[in-house]
Unconditional design. Structure first.
Length: 89
């Protein structure tokens, strides 16, 4: 896990937010004439699918997650377990 300035968050980033992995689906950077700059972020919880909005001050830091994406083929479900196959192997 790496640390990133909240002002550098972009759409598609994966963050650890409130101890849950989340994907950034929307960002809106605002620099009002008075006060510090903020970054409004919409986060989608990867585990539950729930979305939430949060406002970060650009001086804050956030924990980013390293995510590896792979093309997989669904095979079958056995109770609570789900089995996939990597097509290239």
């Amino acid at each position: 896990m790496a640390v990133k300035s909240a002002g550098n968050i972009i759409k598609g980033d994966y963050l650890l937010f409130k101890d849950a992995p989340c994907q950034v689906t929307k960002t809106e950077f605002m620099n009002p004439g008075k006060g510090s700059a903020i970054n409004r972020v919409r986060l989608k919880n990867v585990t539950t699918g729930a979305t939430s909005d949060f406002t970060f001050k650009t001086s804050e830091t956030v924990e980013t997650l390293n995510v590896e994406k792979k093309q997989m083929t669904f095979l079958y479900r056995d109770g609570v377990d789900v089995f996939f196959m990597e097509p290239s192997r």
